[in-house]
Design a protein around this ligand. Structure first.
Ligand code: G6P
Length: 367
């Protein structure tokens, strides 16, 4: 058992630490310094140029990856994107158009609602491109095109390497579509590709926050409620972080778009309430500093996650975690990493069964 876990106490930690390698295996075969290779994909350049809309459909963490995917895809390829929870999409009678593309995301490739959503899209004549980890799974088999995340088997119920490898493929697809559609200048595209190649290495660097996050988890493990706030891509990270925390440590946690705080959640802030402010978006950084001030003034304890060089959180937050500079769209690959570690150590502190949280299944194959 210990050998299977590679010397770690839980599969989740083994899988967190496997992320750099999983990213290398997923991304590197599909790109060089200046090119993305999708030769095995049946979508033609003509089809890509004519996309009217993209529908990203998934469940759980894969849906959070989809939320990141929307920001990135719209930013670089200028195709309008809708992100749907599969169990909503399948019963909503979604409006699909011949020139739409459906992107299905699933680690297991067997989630019942996600598979049903795929079938709905196909029934309406829309092409399906899926991002899947398990080779030969139902979703992989029924899709028109499959991009595999080469994360290897994921055993812990809470996904880590599954999620971050999904993000890496969403970057690749978005950049590829942008290139075909000519929405990003060659020079910028190359900068993006260079940044993408640094993903494994920078992930490795960020995972060195391990000890720091263990300390913070020890300090805050007895929190009853945790609010995680962010804007843009940091809001997507807040949702994924909040899910991680509640899944395995059973602490009540909510993710909030930081601008919505004053429309409700701020009434819940009391002396000592933990607020985690994810503030890695350069152009939204100051806004998050203001939000952190607002909760701080009401007694909250604040942990901030910011990018190196942005020091303004130091004066507001109780703790600041720094991530390497990577440009706004790639921060999603890094901002979630300290939170994976934080959720893990919090669960350990609270004596929870990290790999097999109560009431949850790795793959939800029934409705
Ligand atoms: C379950 C897992 C989650 C996962 C979700 C979707 O709830 O616990 O970690 O994100 O299913 O699973 P899929 O295999 O479709 O990505």
């Amino acid at each position: 058992d210990a050998a299977e876990k590679g010397g770690y106490d839980y599969f989740m930690m083994k899988e967190i630490m496997e992320q750099p390698e999983a990213l290398r295996k997923t991304v590197f075969p599909r790109m060089t310094e200046t090119r993305i290779s999708f030769e095995d994909i049946s979508l033609t350049e003509e089809e890509i140029k004519n996309f009217n809309r993209i529908h990203i459909v998934a469940c759980g963490s894969a849906w959070h990856a989809g939320v990141v995917g929307r920001y990135v895809m719209e930013e670089v390829s200028r195709i309008p994107v809708e992100v749907d929870i599969a169990s909503e999409f399948r019963y909503r009678n979604p409006i699909l158009n011949q020139n739409d593309l459906c992107i299905i995301i699933s680690q297991s490739g067997e989630t019942a609602d996600t598979l049903a959503a795929l079938r709905e899209a196909k029934k309406q004549g829309v092409k399906v491109l899926s991002i899947v980890n398990v080779v030969g799974s139902s979703i992989a088999r029924e899709s028109d095109d499959v991009l595999y995340t080469w994360a290897g088997p994921e055993i812990a119920v809470a996904t880590t390497k599954g999620y971050t490898t999904q993000l890496s493929l969403l970057y690749l697809v978005s950049l590829y579509f942008a290139k075909v559609r000519g929405t990003v200048e060659e020079e910028h595209l190359n900068e993006y590709l260079q940044e993408l190649r640094l993903l494994p290495q920078k992930t490795e660097e960020v995972l060195k926050l391990d000890t720091k996050m263990a300390e913070l988890a020890k300090k805050y493990a007895q929190s009853e409620d945790v609010f995680i706030i962010g804007r843009g891509l940091d809001y997507a990270a807040a949702m994924e972080s909040s899910l991680k925390l509640k899944e395995i440590s059973y602490i009540h946690s909510e993710a909030y778009a930081a601008g919505e705080l004053k429309h409700g959640t701020i009434s819940l802030i009391e002396e000592g309430t933990l607020v985690i402010a994810i503030a890695t978006q350069e152009r939204l950084f100051e806004k998050l500093v203001s939000n952190a001030k607002e909760v701080k003034a009401r007694g909250a304890k604040v942990i901030a996650i910011a990018v190196e060089g942005n020091l303004a959180m130091e004066e507001v937050a109780d703790e600041v975690i720094y991530l390497p500079k990577s440009g706004d769209i790639f921060t999603s690959s890094y901002n979630v990493l300290p939170m994976q570690l934080f959720a893990y150590y919090t669960a350990v502190e609270r004596g929870c069964d990290v790999d097999k949280p109560r009431n949850l299944a790795k793959s939800v194959t029934v409705e």
